[in-house]
Design a protein around this ligand. Structure first.
Ligand SMILES: [Zn+2]
Ligand SMILES: [Zn+2]
Length: 241
């Protein structure tokens, strides 16, 4: 028996590029047999719909709305909903999934959106957060930069983003990067923006995840499995079921 979790999910309340609400996402993942989801909307330095001219506190209140709506729906239907975000390092657009920190952390750190990635990484990790480098080799029309992964500044690599064969994500290169840094955590995530390919990616555990801290500890203990193309695999990508 596996407990399945989506690690990379956007909501239309907060991510400009998403087209399904937090509640719709929660219902879809419940139907797909998942135990939980991590809502990781684009942070305010990325493709985010939160207006930038209002106070930091108000920006953060608006930023958590997709998560809050997903969590409320999750409580009704029996889906565990956790908070995270996808930090974009401008001007290059490299993306860092961030877990195990909360709204209070964000409220206490105005200006975190323009931090150099070295400083951001130090602050997040000193504060108990976990950073995963998202789709480190993605190439797309809107990315005007060369891939430039920072394995020394992260706790893990998203080795699989959306379909394993996705042409623009170059997942095979992400796998190579992870194998060159064997101590790093490996994750898989749909990077879901709408109700398409729900649940084909994620991570799985033999136990239920109680909270974000438990998620981090379980990943660090090597207890995570990967969900790739709808199949559960070990950390090398070998299919288990
Ligand atoms: Zn997006
Ligand atoms: Zn994303």
């Amino acid at each position: 028996m596996f407990y399945k979790y989506e690690t990379h999910l956007h909501t239309s309340e907060v991510s400009k590029c998403a087209c399904s609400t937090g509640a719709e996402m929660a219902r879809a993942y419940k139907e797909a047999g998942f135990t939980g989801i991590f809502v990781t909307d684009h942070f305010v330095n990325g493709n985010c719909s939160v207006p930038r001219h209002v106070s930091w506190d108000l920006q953060m209140e608006m930023f958590v709305q997709g998560y809050e709506n997903a969590r409320r729906e999750g409580e009704k239907i029996g889906l565990d909903v956790f908070f995270g975000w996808e930090f974009t390092h401008n001007p290059y657009g490299h993306d860092y999934l961030t877990y195990n920190l909360d709204k209070e952390f964000l409220l206490a750190h105005p200006g975190i959106d323009v931090m150099p990635i070295e400083k951001y990484s130090r602050l997040v990790r000193e504060s108990g957060g976990l950073i995963i480098q998202a789709h480190p080799y993605r190439r797309a029309f809107y990315l005007l930069y060369e891939p430039d992964p920072k394995p020394d500044l992260v706790d893990g690599i998203e080795v699989n983003n959306s379909e394993s064969s996705s042409p623009h994500n170059n997942n095979h290169l992400a796998w190579e990067l992870a194998r060159a840094h064997p101590n790093l955590i490996r994750t898989s995530g749909c990077d879901i923006h709408g109700l398409y390919n729900v649940g084909i990616c994620g991570v799985a555990f033999r136990h239920r995840i109680e909270n974000s801290q438990h998620f981090v500890e379980s990943l660090k203990a090597g207890e995570g499995y990967l969900i790739i193309d709808g199949r559960i695999t070990d950390r090398e990508g070998n299919i288990i079921e």
